[in-house]
Write a protein that binds this ligand. Sequence first.
Ligand code: PGA
Length: 236
Amino acid sequence: MAIIASNFKTNHTRKSTASFVNEVNEFLKSNDISNEVIVFPTATSFDEFETVSNLTIGAQNAYAAEKGSYTGEIGTVQLDEFGIKTILIGHSERRHVLGESQDEIAKKYDFYMSKGYKIIYCIGEPLEVKESGLDKTLEYVYEQFEGIDTNYENLILAYEPVWAIGTGVTATNDDITNVHSAIKSRIPKPLLYGGSVKVANVREICALDGVDGALIGTASWIIEDFKQIIENTKDL
Ligand code: PGA
């Protein structure tokens, strides 16, 4: 059973998110699809969605606090209002665009682990590291586990090479299986691949050894494409 996650990033409005979530929900229900589907909308689009048990709404980010004086952030009090218990941590855009350090990420991880959240924890190397070979890539990726308790039972990992995110360049099947088998031999947790996954390649990628599903940005934002992505992976 593939895990299919959609990361909206800074896309969709409150209105279009509601219609997206409802359509995905209807699609899962009426086609009796058992994939685990997770949608990460913007925090402004959270609502009390009624969903089937295999559709979950998660937070793209939140601060490591219940509440407090953290201007511009949200904490668990705001997530609780919508019953949100799933969070993305360590996404490359948080690391490289918003400048979150490994230390901050580990603190956030600890906090949300202590609250029992399902954590989708992202790791992945930039292009210059990839170009210096598999050993260097793994070394870089393992450093992103510093301070992270990988024994946590509610953990899903997502390997997302930075050079493949939002670029249209997907990692090759060999790239993916090499990194996935190495990570899995150390950390036996569900491991998603992310980085330019599309309608046309999602099935092939999710069928690779050591790939338990996909975390998808761009190609997931159009509802028809996202439904097709789920359809293409429903029997894996
Ligand atoms: P992409 O993004 O599918 O647009 O490459 C993936 C991600 O950032 O999770």
